[in-house]
Design a protein around this ligand. Structure first.
Ligand SMILES: [Zn+2]
Length: 253
């Protein structure tokens, strides 16, 4: 059955029930969107997994390459998509988020482009959700943002710039790539701590160790995937840092 997402919405979704959900814990309305790619060869394989009770994974929405939207879990239920993840200190993101799976084979499938119609539906759905739910632009996140050491989706091929042009998410034009990495592996000192503090202020889960360690590199890589996708290498170069500063400066107070 296909039904409008809300009484005045032009968007419609087919409802394909997934059994994989529970009660949201201790929170009000969802205040964050987490975007994923399915990372499987076909959309059907992904849908089969997301509705299989044995998989114990799900998402609220699935967006096909041609722009069709399936709803798998009711918005007031807690879907199982984020896994072990943290943003701004919140470690139960499944309870505070809406999860959107976007059909795409992902890195392992050669990072195919996301078709225009699929991105148009993603923008329309995100706008529709943001009109009904208290979701700030800077809380439209990648799975990789909230689980940097484990996840790469939706990946650097995902067009965050176009989402921003469509009124979705927080994004600034990345600073041009120039210059070398500023820190060597395991380098230690106040400048490393300052970078970690900026990443943590933006929302990434990162201890201020003052060491350019493995975790810091993973977080820088996640940041680049979302905000400076031309080069994703985990190196804190001047463009990465300038882009991060510009993002923080453009956060609503
Ligand atoms: Zn994911």
């Amino acid at each position: 059955m296909t039904a409008a997402l809300s009484p005045d919405s032009p968007l419609a979704a087919r409802f394909v029930a997934s059994p994989n959900h529970g009660a949201r814990r201790g929170h009000g309305a969802p205040n964050c969107l987490i975007l994923h790619y399915t990372g499987m060869p076909t959309g059907q394989a992904a849908l089969d997994l997301l509705v299989d009770p044995a998989s114990e994974v799900s998402a609220h929405y699935l967006i096909w390459e041609d722009g069709r939207i399936d709803q798998l879990v009711a918005e007031d239920r807690r879907a199982w998509h984020a896994g072990k993840a943290i943003w701004k200190g919140d470690s139960d993101l499944n309870s505070t988020s809406i999860g959107i799976e976007i059909v795409n084979a992902g890195h392992d499938g050669g990072s195919p482009p996301f078709p225009d119609r699929q991105i148009a539906s993603t923008i329309a759905l995100a706008r529709e959700l943001s009109s009904r739910l208290p979701i700030a632009p800077e809380r439209v996140l990648a799975h990789s943002d909230v689980a940097p050491s484990r996840k790469r989706d939706p990946g650097e091929a995902f067009p965050w710039r176009r989402l921003k042009e469509g009124g979705v998410g927080h994004w600034v034009e990345p600073a041009p790539i120039a210059g070398e990495a500023l820190f060597r592996h395991d380098e230690e000192g106040p400048p490393v701590r300052a970078l970690q503090a900026m990443l943590a202020l933006y929302g990434y889960s990162l201890d201020l160790t003052g060491v350019y360690d493995r975790r810091t590199r993973a977080v820088v890589e996640a940041f680049q995937r979302h905000f400076r996708p031309e080069r994703v290498d985990g190196e804190a170069d001047p463009s990465t840092i300038a882009t991060l500063k510009a993002l923080i400066e453009t956060l609503a107070p």
